[in-house]
Design a protein around this ligand. Sequence first.
Ligand code: PEP
Ligand code: MG
Length: 902
Amino acid sequence: MAAQETVDHKYVYDFSEGNKDLKDLLGGKGANLAEMTNLGLPVPPGFTITTEACQAYLTTGREPDGLAGQIEKHLESLESAMGKRLGDPQDPLLVSVRSGAKFSMPGMMETVLNVGLNDQSVVGLSAQAGGNDRFAWDSYRRLIQMFGKTVCEVPGEEFEHALDEAKNAKGTSNDLDLDADDLRRLVDAYKKIFVKHTGREFPQQPREQLDLAIRAVFESWNAERAVLYRRQERIPADLGTAVNVVSMVFGNLGPDSGTGVAFTRDPGSGAQGIYGDYLANAQGEDVVAGIRNTVPLQELEQLDKSSYDELLGIMARLEEHYKDLCDIEFTIERGKLWMLQTRVGKRTAAAAFVIAGQLVDEGLIDLDEALHRVNGAQLAQLMFPRFQLDHEFQPVAKGIGASPGAASGTVVFTSARAVELAAEGRSVILVRRETNPDDLNGMIAAKGILTSRGGKTSHAAVVARGMGKTCVSGADEIDVNVPAKRFTVAGQTVNEGDVVSIDGTTGKVYLGEVPVMPSEVVQYFEGSLDPEHIDNALVRAVHRIMTHADGKRRLAVRTNADTGADAARARRFGAEGIGLCRTEHMFLGDRRELVERLILARAPGEREAALEALLPLQRADFEEIFREMDGLPVTVRLIDPPLHEFLPPLEQLAVNVAVAQERGEDVAKEEALLAAVRRMHEENPMLGLRGVRLGLVIPGLFAMQVRAIAEAAVTCARQGRVAKPEIMVPLVGAVQELETVRAEAEKIIAEVVGDSGVEVLIGTMIEVPRAALTAGQIAEAAEFFSFGTNDLTQMGWGFSRDDVEGAFFWRYLELGIFGISPFESIDRDGVGRLVRIAAEEGRAARPGLKLGVCGEHGGDPDSVHFFHEVGLDYVSCSPFRVPVARLEAGRAVVETGGSDSR
Ligand code: PEP
Ligand code: MG
């Protein structure tokens, strides 16, 4: 039988074999180490074990075939490159074993340093380090400590305790004061701790150390904290981590050695300069553990000018190569600089804009790329007010920034108390261990919500985001005691009635009231900051990128606004018309009485009289809006909600009538009202008599609104303005409904408009699934469609939009049934498909049919991209989200590779 050679799947890559684009396979750290190696930068030699090897290990519980042999081969070439052997008693090669997944998961997974040391090679290491016994024993004790903790799950505190004891015995708090003998004794103590917890001696075979460390890194992918982090950050669970085996370089060889981290620009503000920390005579984990205080990186210039200059040169080179802010980790071993890590660095929302603008100025990227580098979520963050913090205010706890904004208020622990104090006009912060649906009223009343448990998808977080309320969740340093009406944090007690401040962006919690600063980005959008004449890098960058987005985008951006004030504000924010003017609020307040008469009309002529009284009021409403939107289209939606919403609640009315009857009072009027409310009561009002159904049932109601709109437009035209009304019929499910309304409306419009030149379009919302599925027919009677994705989601999923988010969405998010509420971001596969079908079939039936969206999704970044892809003409959203939609509409063009400009 002919021998068949099996070619092993490649699981191990030398640093010289990879590059920065292989993050899926080599993880972020491995891919970037490879990139730096190939750039000729000083990276200690090493190799990367792929994420595929990790995936195979996690699925089968054992290392995949061929992995051990490949590691052996790469180890051999590493040994020959370094001229040292792992475990050589005279001159040992030591390696670090580091995790590195595709997405950075800071501090979530494991690292073991100094692998390869044992009782013999520690002596060789000392000799090689010029007889530096202290260094060799310090390295050995670090290996036992890290290996024990991460590979064998020995409690870390035991090692820390032993280290503290050694320092106490020496009468010092500084680990540098421990000499070689102290450290030798510490190694003995550590070994005993190791035996006590594992039942075996610390492994002396270097290859066994290496294999166990690699396995521990694989397994750390599924450690509880890593799983939790991935869930919060929405990182897929099956990616696995790569493992980097890197020759050790030592920052703890003496004062001419050290270790540090640096950013090529300030990740907080984006400002150019040198940002970093350096710690002499130390290894990387000392910086993280905060064992000694670091010094600002600039001080390295005095300590080691040549390494400092080389480092600055490398940082400039990396920025030029990655064309972005990079962060790095480095070590200096006896005056020789080594790069241990780099990656495109995380940054705040403000820094993202500022840096993108700077990189354009520096000619490293173009404006399209700058637009790609920022996003609407960051812009939205910049539009929230912020705390004005000085060092007087130190956070007492840090949780998860679950819903952005800055809120100060009186602490309350129950929903009822929140409602009570809010009714007195007080700002309150509702503090709970975690919230549940019973807390809803309190959450509505509160200015902000603080919980000690739960992540970004907890009930508190989801509901607060839905309401646009500031929320910090999972601040676990806070110990909440609801019955005692207090919480404790950092040794302090906060009672009901005390004031706290919470930052929903950073997750920080402060005691007392922190002053709030308005957003300068909002001031810019409102026109009170001129980007050309102020020295504000953020405002200038936002201006420049927004201008580019506007030039790029194909989608127009309109606003949802029902008042002149909202319309004016949205226009300043860049709205190009109104996509939804809801008319229902125009029936409230002191007009309620007229509406009651309209609904209850019994005697002949009573309804007509009520409508006649409403007409001039409505006309004035529309005149105001048309005036603000002079020259721009205004979509006015005819009344939508069920009429009983304009009447008093049934239960309350029934009680009032019963009480009044008991007292023998004259209740004829109230009884008539009660009878009407009973008659109109619906079990499922959202599926009942509302929208077009109402218009077809109550004679004259829609006609009055149509007349008011047309008359207001004509008045504006006479005053020299341009009104462009678009009358929109809600809740249409069948073309016949629209045809009926249309026939009546056209007559009125023709009569009112005459030769004034005013043009009025008639169209419909597409918000009932049947309308989406019969869009071809409906388009025959509509000049435009506007997708009501709130109702389309409600009816598409069968989710009551007023109830489900607070009731059970947290559970759906936890289970991953969806990653984000479908009311927040469009469900592309289901509801989105209805939109796509209706857009295609509507346009096929009527080329030039105008298409827009006015549901909440119109201002959601991801949904805006979807609406761009589907080919809508515009999105419409609340005034505050108009800039976000403009930005994302521009990004959608850049990201789909279009050079599309309007
Ligand atoms: C919608 O349903 O998406 C919509 C815009 O209408 P409303 O939210 O008023 O029901
Ligand atoms: Mg609707």
